[in-house]
Ligand binder design. Sequence first.
Ligand SMILES: [Zn+2]
Length: 472
Amino acid sequence: MFKVKTLAVAATAVMAWCTAFGATPKYVFLFIGDGMSVPQRMTAEEFSRKSGAGSLAMNALPFSAMTRTCSADSLVTDSAAAATAIACGAKTKNHYSGVDPDGKPVYSSAVAAKKAGVKVGIVTTVTITHATPAGFYAHRNNRGDAYGISIDLADSGFDFFAGGGLDVSPKNSTNHVQYAKCGDAYEYVRSKGYKIVETKDQFLALKPGDGKVFTKFTNSALEYTIDADGSQPTLAEMVAKAAEMLDGDSGFFIMAEGGRVDWAGHANDAATNLRDVLALDAAVKVALEFQDKHPDDTLVVVTGDHETGGMSMGFAGTGYALYMDRLVNQTMSVGKFSEKVDAAFRAKPDLSFDDVKPIIAEAFGFKFEGDAKKDGMVLTEAELKGIVAAFDHDVKFHKSKIEENSKYDGEKRYLLGGECRVVMSHKCGIGWSSGAHTAMPVLTTAKGRCAEQFTGFIENTDISRIMKAFYE
Ligand SMILES: [Zn+2]
């Protein structure tokens, strides 16, 4: 007990020092990898080391804290409750965004920063109304209320929003009345003084003094990093632009989310997952370069909101071995692969397995000839059998769809992509226990002014508590 008390006193003393005059960070970067816990960080770490690029910047920060993620009503949090905890310091029910379990509004570190006269930027690779960014500005007891969250976004007065669009569509609006108003959501954002930027070129040309910014590169999420064709900005480019636009005497608070790490986790798609973690790490490097120029007054924090997929490094089939380098052979997300196969089916209804072999080889790097014992990318007899069985299922399924004259209804009903994904993970030694979130803690790492506070075993709400103290 004595030790615990001593630590508590020491932590309070550090905070007092940090929040003393002039000692709080003028510039704060808070990075959140959605669905990014230790396995996601370490898969990307080992992949990066194996490829010769060395350690991840986010893993090399000098301070770290194991961080508990549970929500008010479940050990397994959803992203809305997790964001509310990290942003507002309140444990709430799953699916609640910026409100407590009774539905009363709670306010974020970003709101505290704004009230203190600090510039605020919110950046994400998914829709800007998605659960993680919404936790910093919205107050809704339904994370799916994209229209209501859009209104809260425009009313926040924050200075900079970049990422996917508002995602105002029938599927994401809670009722038809809202949907009728959805077309007006972008107009409402514009009416609140935001300059709406629609292309990467326009975005990169923005200059400080251009006023409040809102990006609409798409109405939905940005592309996965592995699928990106360069027409949309990267997370690193968006963070660099945010820092450039918001720099000034008043300082800034920037929250940047690697949102699609989570989506690839739900899909159990390891190669796609790690490339989005690497994209987040590239954005962290931008913040660290900024910190090098402002070493005394910048704080960089990197955390996750929860783990997704029950990802593990080690699988029964590979025993005491991991083959991270094999992931380099995957060139597109499983979703993109399934779209390609669907297009092939549409072009040639009597598609044969020989027809899809080149698509499989292009997407995953699997080889259909050779000795699997000498070359790990050669499919074993059992792997090939599973892939062919999945393809045979898809042929029958596709024919039944044509007979019903019904539309393609998503990759879940098609098995080929899922089977290739499983084979890919197993070849690398990566296991998955879930298609959903897990209760694993996440790692929070930090560098710079007041980074000392991110140590030990903390709650996700502590991140908000520490950051709000900078402004209140
Ligand atoms: Zn999440």
